[in-house]
Design a protein around this ligand. Sequence first.
Ligand code: DP6
Length: 339
Amino acid sequence: GVVRATTTAPVNIAVIKYWGKRDTKLLLPINSSLSGTLDQEQLHARTTVAASSSFEADEIWLNGKQEDISNQRLQNVLGAVRALAAKKDPEHPLKDAHIKIASVNNFPTAAGLASSAAGYACLVAALAELFGVQDQELTAIARVGSGSACRSLMGGFVRWEKGTRDDGADSLASQVVPESHWPDMQVLILVVNAGKKGVSSTSGMQSTVKTSALINHRAEVVVPQRMKDIEKAIQDRDFQTFGRITMQDSNQFHATCLDTYPPIFYMNDVSRQIVQILTQYNDAAGEIRAAYTYDAGPNCVIYCLKQHVQEILSLVCHYFPSSESEFVRGRSTTASDYS
Ligand code: DP6
C-alpha cells in the first residue's frame, strides 16, 4: 500500500542574520541567528510525501516540475530522517520504502523570500509525519537541507544556536517566544523584484567567509551581543531596541557582502530608497515605527506594530504609486500544526 502525509510550513525572516558556515556539508553556521516566523496564510510551502515498497525509486517534484533527487542536500535530509526513524524502531514498516515528494510554494522561488527555508522545513515536517517521529533533532535535519530552514519548524520568534560541536548535534533551533507573546507585531514584505536573485546565499556566504576582513568580527563579537540584546527586547516587547538592532544587523550583513571580493550587491536603488524613506519617517516620528531588513535579494521586509501598518503602507504607496511593488502582509504565527 501507499502511505501519505501533507504539511505546510511558513517562511521565516531573520532579524539577526545567518551568514557564513564553519562546515559546508552539515551546514553549521559561524554565528547564531534569530528570526520571526510568518503566518502561513500568504506565504508557505506545501509538501505531500508518499511512501510505498512498490515505488521503484525516490522522486521529487517542485512546483510541478520533476527535479534531481540525487541533489546532495536532499539526499542528506532523506538519509537523516530514515536514520532517525530506524533509531526509534529498527523494524520500521517504511524502512525499505521509496518516497515520492511533491512540493509547491505559493510565492516566488529564490527571490530572497526564504523559499528554501519553508521548503526544507516542510519536507522534514512531512517526512516526520510519514515516519511518525517527533524530536528537536528534526531542526538539525531541516538544517542540513538549508541552514535557515531549521528556524521554520516553530512559530513566533526562533533562535538558531550556532553550536560548537563538529557533528552539529548542538546546532539546533528553539522557540524564544510564541506568537501570542507579542500579538501587535506585524511583518510587511515589499516585493521590489520577484525575479531569481543573482548570487545564491549558499555561494555568497562562502565567498564572504573566504574574502571578507570584517566577517569574523561580526560573527565573534557583534552577533553574540546582539543575540542577547534582541532576545531581551523581545521578552520586554521593547520595539525601539528590537527595531534598532534589526536594522543595524541588516546593514551589517550587507556591509559584509560589500566587503566580500568580488563584492556582492543584494540591495538595489529601490531597496536603498526605501531605507531612506523609512529612516526619514522614523526620524519625523521621533521613534522607530518601521524596522527594515533585507535578505539575499532586493525585497524589503518591514517589522512594525499593528498601529502603524496603515501609515507605513500609505507612505510606501505614496512614493511608489505606479510601481509593480506589492505588499504581502503577515504576522508571526503560532506554532504551526503540521498534523
Ligand atoms: C540572508 O539558509 O538560504 O537569508 O544554508 O546555504 O541554504 P544555506 O543558506 P540559507 O541562507 C539564508 C541567509 C539569509 C539570512 C537568514 O535567513 O538568516
